[in-house]
Ligand binder design. Structure first.
Ligand code: TPP
Length: 321
């Protein structure tokens, strides 16, 4: 069981992701954030529950929807927001935008907008760690849409054969853009991983304690050299696929479905749980929010006051020196 400090840390991480994304949402209408954004509001428990188990030297690879992993793994929030503003001080020097977040110091080795792309890249990172006899684990995040790509199957088979220190985390929010999982998959996703001989779990991705427990087990197994694990986290994104719209009433997602998932808010559930066991009270909740809002305020100021790349900088970083 987690001690109180760790429980509070988990809560803070989830709430930081939520408040950062709400602020991005608020600022987006001013059109100064020059990048497509994909928000993870509603999915916070997954990144928080996995990453709290990781060491600094462990790696994370994400997708187009990776703000949550970047924050949970300890990525620099100033640099993340500056990246969204495409400033020189951004974590990808203003070249990548929201979908290409990287902070090697924190073990965030990158994210990719190619659906399924995080899977072979992360598998390669895990292979490198194994070949170099490092004791690092690689956490590879992807959506349910990514398992429709052939590279998912090739990577899992390879990782199982080579017993790679990888954990595969599928954030199954039911949708790939607006296409529902029911019309795309012949079976539950975790069963495919089982087919490759990989221990696989399907869990409530909105229950951060469940995510924590299973991720801990999977990460320990990888560190012992016993190979990869697969975790399918059932969740929901409150926002539409891209930007700040929610797509409700557009013929894709029903109001009833949306309302059900709002009632399963991972942060509200965890906050109530922590209050119930006496780990948090209203004053502490308020001061945590204040602390987080300070960090967010500073990050947006940093980003907005940072220089933009100049046209003459355009060819920088095109070739490795
Ligand atoms: C190879 C490839 N095909 C199509 C796209 C367009 N595309 C961007 S995101 C997306 C759906 C992703 O869904 P999922 O993996 O479930 O992640 P989610 O957006 O739900 O988090 C698609 C089809 C792409 N970026 N890359």
């Amino acid at each position: 069981m987690l001690d109180n400090d760790k429980l509070i840390e988990l809560y803070k991480v989830m709430q930081t992701i939520r408040l950062v994304e709400h602020r991005i949402e608020d600022e987006y209408k001013y059109d100064e954030i020059k990048t497509p954004i994909h928000l993870s509001i509603g999915q916070e428990a997954i990144s928080a529950g996995v990453c709290i188990n990781l060491e600094k030297d462990d790696s994370v690879i994400g997708t187009h929807r990776s703000h949550a992993q970047y924050i949970a793994k300890g990525g620099d929030i100033n640099k993340m927001i500056a990246e969204l503003y495409l400033r020189k001080t951004g974590c990808s020097m203003g070249r990548g935008g929201s979908m290409h977040l990287i902070d090697p110091e924190a073990g965030v080795l990158g994210s990719t907008a190619i659906v399924g792309g995080s899977i072979p890249i992360g598998t390669g990172v895990a292979l490198a760690a194994k070949l170099q006899n490092k004791n690092n684990v690689t956490a590879i995040f992807f959506g349910d849409g990514a398992v429709d790509e052939g590279t998912f199957h090739e990577s899992l088979n390879f990782a199982a054969i080579k017993k790679l220190p990888a954990i595969y985390i599928c954030e199954n929010n039911s949708y790939a853009i607006n296409s529902h999982e029911m019309v795309r998959h012949s079976t539950s996703i975790y069963r495919w991983a089982e087919g490759y001989g990989i221990p696989a779990y399907q869990i409530d991705g909105n229950d951060v304690l469940k995510v924590y427990d299973i991720a801990k087990k999977a990460i320990s197994r990888a560190r012992r050299g016993e190979g990869p694990s697969f975790i399918e986290c059932i969740t929901y994104r409150w926002k539409g696929h891209i930007g700040t719209v929610n797509d409700i009433g557009e013929g894709q997602r029903t109001q009833a479905e949306y309302d059900y998932w709002i009632s399963k808010c991972p942060i509200k559930w965890f906050r109530d749980y922590l209050k119930g066991i006496g780990v948090l009270d209203d004053n502490m909740i308020k001061s945590i929010d204040e602390e987080i809002n300070q960090i967010i305020k500073a990050a947006f100021e940093f980003a907005q006051n940072s220089p933009k790349p100049l046209p003459s900088d355009l060819l920088e970083f095109v070739y490795a020196d």
